[in-house]
Design a protein around this ligand. Structure first.
Ligand code: ZN
Length: 355
């Protein structure tokens, strides 16, 4: 008997999307962790548009996903783009060049998704255009996208609340006053049950909780919105936080705000926290306990400077933590159940075979 509902039977929302192919399970009806891949079937955090320069075409990305067994993908733009005439492809290489949110990459993404047949992968399009420090036009922007592409955008993000790496490029961090002015678009998101992925640095190595008040401000004002906190608040500027302090902070917020989710995308997490055994041993019980609200991703930025092996490596690195979590957490995170529940998909991850 299989408790796993056929993925092929689920309703397809996007025009461009094929039903995810059902993976062949080595043992009937259950997923065998001892023989099957530990890499996640969900990549909830892919930036299809680079910061600047040429990108990787969606058809080619579709091939990467099929070859790596990724069957559910969130397509993000990039929350900050370089001017079209800039020779720069990465904002950190060109301080002083302004990077600003724009609707351009959301439009490029939806055009691509509607014109490209991607077999075996379910795409979720996300609105990345909002400028959280200047929220006045966000609802209008959502209406513009909806009028042109009804029902196509079912996620918002990754949007930047505070991203220290962008400060040299004139990015304006949002203030508590700005956050209070988010209510029109946050109301709209809540009404339509659309999750929002927010990049908000927890702090930096000198002051690990420096910006916590911003995320707490968002959660306090919008406790009924589905909010996904990107990278658990970590970044290249915060790599030495004491795990006990980080986990206690996350635990307090997860307990207080049941609609808060964590995104564990980006190799910064593996490289600084999960790869080191004593540190990992502190994170694993936390991930196990809150796994129904944790979603995986690569944070791959599809710049033409990268190729299949780059994607494969980023998927592998960001999935390594899956090897250490409980069966229940593996099913929720790696096999996608938390993501399905967050998006309200009818899909069901397979049960894990008994060891
Ligand atoms: Zn990202």
């Amino acid at each position: 008997m299989t408790r796993w509902r056929s993925l092929a039977a689920t309703t397809v929302v996007l025009v461009a999307v094929g039903a995810p192919a059902e993976p062949a399970l080595a043992r009937a009806g259950c997923f065998d962790r001892s023989t099957e891949p530990y890499t996640s079937v969900v990549d909830s955090h892919v930036h299809l548009r680079p910061f600047g320069g040429r990108g990787i075409p969606l058809t080619e990305m579709g091939d990467y996903w099929r070859r790596t067994g990724v069957r559910y993908v969130n397509i993000y733009g990039i929350g900050q783009i370089l001017p079209a005439d800039s020779p720069c492809t990465y904002y950190l290489d060109c301080p002083g060049t302004p990077v600003l949110p724009s609707m351009r990459n959301d439009l490029d993404n939806v055009h691509d998704a509607m014109q490209t047949k991607i077999d075996g992968v379910r795409l979720t399009l996300s609105m990345t255009f909002p400028d959280l420090a200047n929220p006045a036009g966000i609802v209008d922007g959502m209406r513009t996208l909806d009028a042109a592409y009804p029902g196509q955008f079912t996620w918002m993000g990754e949007v930047n609340l505070i991203k220290q790496a962008l400060l040299p490029n004139d990015a304006e961090p949002a203030t508590l006053e700005d956050i209070a002015a988010w209510w029109p678009f946050m109301d709209e998101l809540r009404r339509r049950d659309i999750p929002i992925t927010i990049h908000s640095d927890l702090g930096n190595d000198a002051d690990p909780l420096k910006y916590l008040y911003l995320m707490e401000g968002v959660l306090a004002l919008y406790p009924n919105n589905k909010i996904v906190w990107a990278h658990m608040g970590l970044s290249e500027q915060l790599t030495t936080i004491e795990p006990r302090l980080h986990i206690a902070t996350l635990r307090r917020l997860m307990d207080q705000y049941p609609k808060l989710y964590l995104d564990i995308a980006w190799r910064v997490l593996e490289d600084n926290c999960f790869c080191n055994e004593p540190t990992r041993e502190q994170y694993v019980p936390f991930l196990n306990e809150y796994s129904s609200r944790i979603i995986p991703g690569t944070d791959f930025v599809a710049s033409r400077k990268k190729n299949f092996s780059t994607y494969q490596e980023e998927l592998d690195v960001t999935s390594k933590i899956n090897k250490f979590v409980s069966d229940n957490a593996f099913r929720n995170i790696a096999l996608g159940q938390s993501y399905f529940d967050l998006l309200g998909l009818p899909d069901e991850a397979p049960p894990i075979c008994p060891a």
